[in-house]
Design a protein around this ligand. Structure first.
Ligand code: NAP
Length: 495
């Protein structure tokens, strides 16, 4: 983005964001007339007030999705794909607007927000191509006496619940495969960052998505508003991205109607640096794996597990780079680190740092909140972090890197796997065999090998253990929105 971001530019952009609930193709106020405020985490100032859905609105959204399902499933896959392709073009054309809006409501620096627009839009392009590839199969049964026809069908109306940290990509990663598969949906965006989804939903309408296929219900009362939908037999799928505790509770609710679920939950990613790694490359990878999105990512490196022979060099070089990061509102050209999302998050990050330091960890750089308005936290590196520190077992969700050391490969594997989470791991080594061995031994859904970022629309994203169920993106992504039907056919030669 080359233009300077002025207050007028921000105001003009906010004026294009729909502020209602999207139900049955129309933007409308909440039945209660209530609204809630969306704040800029860099300044604490209110950006916009938007309609606050309640249970009645949630049910109206499900009514609209259920009513649209039959016709939508009949729309040819190519047409569904073309709607997604148009949406991809339109989001790309308005990349500057989407990036600025995300920076304003979520805080990430503009350059990162631009990166998220590219990543988020890619799900639209990828699934526009996948829409025509929901193949089945036909085969002769082993005894030759019948024929087996296997087809894929849309699961039906879905409830999509997204978190605040990637306002565009988390929405497109669910909406695009659901559209491609022929499902209708209700999106419950995060109440801290709902504006990007509002703007994106308008793009989907402009791209030709029929009324009722996508309904959007921002709300300040998530559980109360979505609870009745989860119990309604017309809902066929819940796709949730968020924290593990909320995911657990939604899984329990979903059990009552045996609802199909996809769960993208929390992480506690190990970042392992072996003695044979290129230390400079590992530091570059660590900067991305730790500081992207201010560390507010499920894939953020949470524990740096470094071989004892290179720990000092890695720690010093990493701390030097981290010390050069610039905390400022994301609209500033110099900003490389925006604010954390709110005061609660910043307090939690500082609590984890204080706990580790009081147990004996050394602060190499940072270690405290930044002064001034907004919820900024100084990027931090801690070394010699004691094993029992909370920071090693809890998701930090902030720009803080704790370093621990190991001696043998087996010890690195044991440390990395000693968590209830299993989303992603990062391994830095020049030995390809060692990298592959780590892939076999690490209990994670994804592995970055000499890479600090793994997110890619063409790859299956997801975790094992308490990091979740199912995959988003890749060839697997559309499967989450399809069910398999098998038709047994009598022997065509029998009569
Ligand atoms: P969260 O508190 O679990 O919230 C996630 C979403 O669930 C929000 O839309 C939230 O609504 C909603 N929600 C909360 N309680 C609910 C309930 N009882 N019923 C229905 N919906 C409910 O998580 P977050 O703080 O937004 O996001 C951060 C977490 O997401 C981290 O743990 C991170 O690791 C995880 N995450 C995982 C992935 C992944 O792909 N694995 C990706 C990104 C983030 P409100 O906004 O109204 O609270």
């Amino acid at each position: 983005m080359t233009e300077a971001i002025t207050a007028e530019r921000e105001k003009a952009l906010l004026a294009t964001v729909p502020t209602g609930l999207l139900i049955g193709g129309e933007w409308r106020p909440a039945a209660s007339g209530k609204t809630f405020e969306v704040e800029d985490p860099a300044t604490g100032k209110v950006l916009l007030s938007i309609a606050d859905a309640g249970p009645e609105d949630g049910m109206a959204a499900l009514d609209a999705a259920a009513a649209a399902q039959e016709e939508w499933a009949k729309v040819p896959p190519r047409e569904r794909g073309e709607i997604l392709r148009r949406a991809f073009e339109m989001v790309t054309e308005r990349a500057d607007d989407f990036a600025l809006l995300m920076t304003m409501e979520m805080g990430k620096p503009l350059a990162e927000a631009r990166g998220e627009v590219t990543y988020g839009a890619e799900f639209l392009r990828w699934f526009s191509e996948e829409a025509v590839r929901a193949f089945g199969r036909y085969s002769v049964s082993p005894d030759g006496k019948s024929r087996l026809l296997v087809t894929k069908k849309p699961v039906g109306p879905c409830l999509l619940i997204t978190p605040w940290n990637f306002p565009l990509a988390m929405a497109t990663r669910k909406i695009a495969p659901a559209v491609a598969a022929g499902c209708t949906m209700v999106l419950k965006s995060a109440n801290l960052t709902p504006l990007t989804s509002q703007l994106f939903a308008q793009i989907m309408l402009d791209a030709g998505l029929p009324a009722g296929v996508l309904n959007v219900i921002p709300t300040s009362t998530a559980g109360e508003t979505t609870g009745p939908l989860i119990q309604d037999p017309r809902l066929r799928k819940l796709s949730f991205t968020g924290s593990t505790p909320v995911g657990r509770s939604l899984l329990a609710d979903a059990a009552k109607t045996v609802l199909r679920t996809s769960m993208e939950l929390g992480g506690n990613a190990p970042f392992i640096v072996f003695e044979d790694a290129d230390v400079d490359a590992a530091v570059a990878g660590a900067m991305v794996a730790k500081l992207r999105n201010m560390g507010e990512a499920c894939t953020a490196a949470n524990r740096f597990i470094v071989h004892e022979s290179v720990a000092e060099e890695f720690g010093a070089k990493f701390a030097e780079k981290v010390g050069q990061a610039v905390t400022a509102r994301g609209t500033e050209a110099t900003s490389t680190i925006g604010p954390l999302i709110d005061a609660k998050s910043r307090n939690k990050v500082h609590e984890l740092v204080t706990d580790a330091v009081s147990a004996g960890a050394k602060v190499l750089v940072g270690g405290e909140p930044a002064e001034g308005e907004g919820y900024f936290y100084k990027p931090t590196v801690l070394s010699e972090v004691p094993a029992e520190s909370r920071i090693l077992s809890e998701e930090i969700f902030g720009p803080v890197a704790p370093i621990v050391t190991f001696g043998t490969e087996a010890e690195a594997v044991r440390l990395a796997n000693s968590t209830e989470y299993g989303l992603v791991a990062y391994v830095f080594t020049k030995d390809l065999n060692r990298g592959l061995r780590m892939g076999e031994q690490l209990e994670t859904g994804m592995l970055g090998l000499n890479a600090g970022v793994v997110s890619n629309a063409a790859a299956p994203f997801g975790g094992v253990k308490q990091s979740g169920l199912g995959r988003e993106g890749g060839l697997e992504g559309i499967e989450e929105y399809l069910y398999t039907q098998y038709i047994g056919i009598a022997d065509p030669y029998a009569s």
